[in-house]
Each structure stands twice: as C-alpha cells, then as structure tokens.
Design a binder for this molecule. Structure first.
Ligand SMILES: *Cc1c(COP(=O)(O)O)cnc(C)c1O
Length: 418
C-alpha cells in the first residue's frame, strides 16, 4: 500500500479506504503482487538451479496465499500436521511439503509419514522411535549449531539450552542410531532464529552444517531454515538477499563438489515472503486525552495483532483517512481488557474518531496468531490480486464462537461415569 496523489492505494490501484468500507474493520489486506515480488527476488538471488524455497506457512496459512505460492513453484514448510493438511488442501504434493515440528508425538510423525511428506526430526528420542518403526526410510534431521542470531531470545533458536534441534555435540549418538536401525539421513536442517542481521554469522553456521554433512552419505538436500529479515521501520537493517544468495550459492556449489553429488539447497522463509504484503486496517473508536497522553483507541487489540505486545515488535502506522493532516503525537491502544498498546508516542497525521488506521507489515504472524479473547470475532481477510479485491476469509460471527459449545447446558443431565 502506498500514497499516490494524497490517497492510499493497494497494489497502486485499489483505494485503501474503499476496502475498509466494503468489508468493514478490522480487516487484513494482502497484496499478492508483493508476495510474488519477494518470492521471485529470493529465488533469483540463488545462482544455482537446484535451490528451492519452502514457504514456512505458520506465518500466514490462508489457503489462497498457499495456493499462490504453490502456483509460483514454492514448496511448503509445516510445523504441525494440521498445516500439512492445509497444504494438501491447497494442492501441494506431499513430496513438496517438509514436516518440521518440534516436541510432537510419534503418532503425529506417523501421520505425516502416511501422507508422504518429507520428515524433519528434531530430537534423538523420536529419531530412535521413528527409525525402529520405519527402518530403511529417509528422514531429515534438525541440527542446532548453537550460533546466536539476533538479540531477541523469543525468536532465537540456536543457543545451547534451546529446545530446538539436535545439538551438534550429539552427532555421535545420531550416528549410532543410523548404524543400528538403517535409517537414512537424506536431509540436514537448521533454523537458527528469525533475526539474521549479519550474513557472516549465518555463513558460519552453514559451514558447520557442511562439516556435519561429511558424516552422512545419503544426503539429498540441506535446508538452511530462515532468518531473512525485512524492514519494519524506515531505517531498519534488512537481509541483503542478493549478496547472501551469491555467497551461499558459491559455497554450496563448492560443498557439493567435495561431497561428490549435487544436492538441493533449501530455504524456508515465512516473514520474508508475506510480511510486507499485509496491511491491517482498523477504525478509531475514541480519542481519549488524559493529563499526559493522547490515546487513539481502535476496534482491535492483542486478540488480532499480538506482535507489538508479544515481541515488542514495531509496526509502522498511517492514518489513511487523513493522509495529509498536521502531525500529532498519539499512543495507539486496543479495546481489549488488558494493556494492549500497539504503539507509544507515534507521530501521525491528525486522527479523528472514525478514521481508519493502517498497520504495515501485517502479513506474517498477525492473523495466524489471532484469537477470540474477550469473545471478539477474528477479522476478515482480503486479497488484492491483479487489481481486484477478494474476500478470502469472512469475519467471524457469534455463531462461529458458539459452534463448538453446548448452548443448552442447564437442561443437560450430568454425564454418567459409573
Ligand atoms: C518459523 C519458522 C520458519 C520461518 O521463519 P521466518 O522468520 O518467518 O522466516 C522457518 N523454519 C522453521 C522451522 C520455523 O519454525
């Protein structure tokens, strides 16, 4: 979404305020052309033919977004069997899906095995059980190389007492399992966190994985996870994917030459592909001036967009109803009965009650983390595709909230447990 002649437009042609009027607020809006731009940009950054992008769909599981990414050639990275099932519904072949959960039961791995996805195992206990259950099968293992990526511990997964992955120091144990069961390790995986700022740090972790690879003769792919950072603020550092793609491609090529076979290079970005495509539109319910602060209270809260409260994430905000008003300082808060502050002391163009505010970078980990807290409905989702707008998820209703509950409790007789 951007400003053109004093008005905000999606994909350069659909007026943003018109979407808020047509579908109501709060509403998530995704621009398909921006997802495609990011997908192609990353794909083009790799100079080798056997590089493949698996979309980490926990960022945004709307079926239409999954279908778009499939149509462009992406694979899918799933962290639960339910995400796998959504992927199948969106038309992905099981062999184009990598199932990479953590701390799930053997039964869930068995379901993925039954469906036929690639399987990534992140602990030795399950590796042993899976290998005994399916001797001779192929699996990928998730390695924790213990590099620290970024400074936010909520999204760092590489440190020594992280719950993620099999420690690189436990490789001898993995090799014993391989030897005793005949399981074939066809993939190596790492995902060090969501905040790679320094390409060098990441490349060091890649070298660690290349070192591990020497112990496994059956490899078909190496998956370097994600870590691609996108700018949330104007002066934010983002991953230089072109430079990164060049570096990793040449290192991967050199590795394959020494390994003796061409393997597939895999990445599984979530945020990079969908974050910037999303805008969250909310309506200002009230301007509340206290002795110290001017609050703008909106028709949403941590139930719809929890990143600012959960990760201290910064989303830029515009008043799209009054793009060229004079600037004033506001603290933007939600309507939930918790402290749900979206933004503190932001300079925005003057807000009147009823004005529509737009949160940028709302395509990743926004709707997918939404809840019904305070018995509020989850928002609608709209896709802007080739200049037209499509409702891709309707707003919830009270019927949706009631659908799973027994509404007639008082007339029920208690269950007989005898
Ligand atoms: C969440 C996740 C990703 C995607 O991370 P982003 O920061 O959104 O790119 C990739 N791989 C795994 C295993 C994940 O859990």
């Amino acid at each position: 979404m951007y400003l053109k002649n004093g008005k905000y437009y999606f994909s350069g042609q659909v007026p943003a305020t018109q979407i808020a009027e047509r579908y109501g607020t709060p509403v998530y809006v995704y621009e398909a052309d921006l997802i495609e731009r990011q997908y192609r940009r990353l794909q083009d950054a790799f100079s080798i033919p056997n590089a493949r992008i698996y979309y980490a769909c926990k960022a945004n599981t709307n079926l239409q977004i999954l279908k778009l990414l499939r149509s462009w050639g992406a694979g899918l990275d799933c962290v639960s069997i339910q995400e796998v099932q959504l992927g199948i519904l969106a038309g992905f072949q099981p062999s184009d899906i990598l199932f990479t959960p953590n701390c799930v039961s053997l039964a869930e791995y068995e379901m993925a095995h039954e469906i036929g996805t690639l399987i990534n195992i992140d602990n030795i206990s399950i590796l042993e059980q899976f290998s005994q259950r399916f001797p001779g099968d192929k699996v990928c293992i998730r390695i924790n190389p213990h590099i620290m990526a970024g400074g936010n511990s909520k999204i760092s997964t590489g440190h020594i007492d992280s719950k993620f992955g099999i420690s690189i120091h436990q490789l001898p144990h993995v090799l014993r399992v391989v030897e005793s069961t005949g399981i074939r390790i066809s993939g190596l995986h790492m995902h060090t966190g969501s905040d790679i700022l320094d390409v060098e740090v990441f490349l060091n972790a890649c070298d660690i994985l290349f070192g591990v690879a020497a112990s496994f003769p059956d490899l078909e792919y190496i998956d370097f996870g994600s870590g691609f950072k996108v700018p949330y603020k104007e002066d934010d550092v983002s991953t230089d994917v072109e430079e990164f793609g060049r570096e990793i491609s040449s290192r991967f090529q050199a590795f394959c030459a020494s390994y003796g076979r061409d393997l597939t290079l895999m990445f599984e970005p979530g945020k990079f592909l969908v974050s910037e495509s999303g805008t969250f539109l909310v309506r200002t319910n009230v301007i509340k001036t206290t002795v110290s602060t001017v609050f703008a209270g909106v028709d949403s809260g941590l139930n719809h967009l929890i990143r600012p409260m959960f990760y201290n994430a910064w989303h830029s905000i515009d008043n799209i109803s009054n793009p060229e008003g004079r600037s004033r300082i506001y603290t933007i808060v939600g309507y939930i009965c918790e402290t749900d502050t979206f933004a503190v002391d932001r300079k925005l163009s003057e807000i009147h009650e009823g004005d529509i505010l737009a949160f940028h970078n709302a395509g990743a980990y926004c709707f997918s983390m939404a809840s019904n807290y305070n018995s509020r409905f989850r928002p609608a989702e709209v896709l802007i595709y080739q200049g037209k707008d499509y409702l891709i998820r309707r707003r919830e209703t009270l019927e949706d909230i009631l659908a799973l509950q027994e509404t007639d409790v008082l007339s029920l007789s208690p269950a007989d447990h005898s």
